[in-house]
Design a protein around this ligand. Structure first.
Ligand SMILES: [Zn+2]
Ligand SMILES: [Zn+2]
Length: 426
């Protein structure tokens, strides 16, 4: 018994070590790929060169790669989705996804490999994810003897505008390519030490709804309010009253956010305008909370307008912009715990930690077809641990100063993704 345990331990240690030394060999080229992608970012729905770079790398590694996968709803648009498949005998299908798009941000990091495109930056680290996808693809190709089944790698465009995943599914992704048994992904994290893995079973990211409210009044002279219905005063009341939805109508145990991010109305100080436009983002987890909070927003806006005497035919217009909204990411608890167990064993318990859910959102969850397919998104820390220890301000994702530390971050992400796929295709 003792010798069996020892042999097992040695075999496990040896396999973990061999993955480390394989990553050592891959890292210089992965860092180069990362820096190439970082210097030449492309905005959502425009990832032409980025997707070509990723597709070429995956083809070199022996994957069967299809490109230009996906259909957007807007006419005249091209979708740059990539699907790379490697079938290795019978077994389950694992989908591994990286997003590819950058953000309209002017980079301020001062790095030698900073973006060379004005006002476009990989400020969310999707370049880290692409390098991780390529690195994991390479390791899995070399480790063929240790897994059975199908690996399906996805290069997804347009994550930041939450349209890429649905565009790829609309293009019959799961009919033209194998339907996965599991879908996994990793996103970098701007507050965790570089290379550390974070996991969160259950709700991980929020439903995000983009809501427009048009408050319509009756305009007129600023000196004669008695002959108008002032939409600026009504909009002001609406903005404040909306805050009571979370604080007074919602259970404190159900996270929710109602943010009015934009308010526009009027042209001149002595004119009462005809309308004011409010743009909101609304975040929730549970579907029933989502439905109730959205209904409350509409009720509050219409109720306040009514109380102000605005005629019913000029009641506020309430609109949820579906194309800019997305569902929560629910990490399948069984899958997430299974991966966390393996990663803790292979990477050390201190390098794999449970983290809190986030109120930001993602469209990765769509690959799970409303929980028909278990999904799990992990996080990988991207920050120099010394910087965290110093208590310095840490630039968040989407910040012009966000600068992941490439080496330990990509190393940790490649190791976690490789070990996850090996576990699921054992
Ligand atoms: Zn982002
Ligand atoms: Zn992102």
């Amino acid at each position: 018994m003792k010798s069996f345990a020892l042999t097992f331990f040695l075999a496990t240690a040896a396999s973990a070590q061999s993955i480390d030394s394989m990553i050592d060999r891959e890292l210089p080229s992965l860092i180069e790929t990362y820096k190439t992608l970082h210097t030449s970012p492309e905005l959502s729905m425009q990832e032409e060169k980025t997707s070509a770079t990723v597709a070429a790398r995956l083809r070199q590694l022996g994957y069967t790669v299809a490109d230009h996968i996906g259909n957007y709803e807007q006419a005249g648009t091209t979708c740059y989705g990539i699907v790379a498949v490697m079938k290795n005998g019978d077994g389950p299908v694992v989908l591994l996804r990286s997003d590819m798009d950058a953000l309209p941000v002017q980079e301020q990091t001062g790095l030698p490999y900073a973006s060379r495109v004005a006002n476009v930056m990989h400020a969310c680290g999707h370049d880290v994810h692409m390098a991780t996808l390529v690195g994991t693809a390479s390791l899995l190709a070399q480790l063929e003897s240790r897994w059975h089944g199908t690996v399906m790698l996805i290069g997804q465009p347009a994550e930041e505008v939450v349209q890429g995943a649905s565009a790829m599914l609309r293009d019959r992704l799961y009919e033209r390519f194998p339907r996965p048994n599991f879908a996994i992904a990793v996103h970098d994290n701007s507050s965790m030490p570089a290379g550390q893995i974070g996991y969160c079973p259950g709700y991980f990211m929020a439903n995000s709804d983009s809501v427009n409210i048009t408050i319509r009044g009756v305009g007129g002279h600023g000196a004669s309010p008695q002959s108008t219905k002032d939409p600026i005063v009504v909009a002001s009341e609406v903005v404040l009253a909306l805050q009571t939805i979370v604080s007074r109508e919602n259970s404190p145990l159900d996270p929710a956010v109602v943010t009015v991010g934009s308010i526009h109305g009027g042209t001149k100080r002595n004119i009462i305008p005809d309308q004011v436009n409010l743009l909101l983002t609304v975040r929730t987890y549970k579907p029933e909370v989502r439905k109730r909070v959205l209904a409350s927003i509409e009720r509050v806006a219409k109720g306040i307008a009514l109380a102000a005497g605005i005629p019913e035919d000029r009641a506020p217009i309430f609109e949820v912009v579906r194309a800019e909204s997305t569902d929560s990411t629910y990490n399948d608890p069984t899958l997430t715990e299974r991966l966390a167990r393996v990663l803790k064993k292979e990477m050390g318990a201190g390098n794999v930690v449970q983290i809190d859910p986030l109120m930001v959102s993602e469209d990765f969850g769509r690959f799970g077809l409303e929980r028909q397919i278990p999904v799990c998104m992990l996080n990988v820390g991207a920050v120099d641990p010394a910087k965290i220890a110093s208590g310095a301000r840490l630039p968040s994702l989407h910040s012009s100063e966000f600068a992941p530390v490439p080496e330990p971050t990509i190393r940790g992400a490649v190791k976690a993704m490789t070990l996850s796929v090996l576990e699921l295709l054992r």
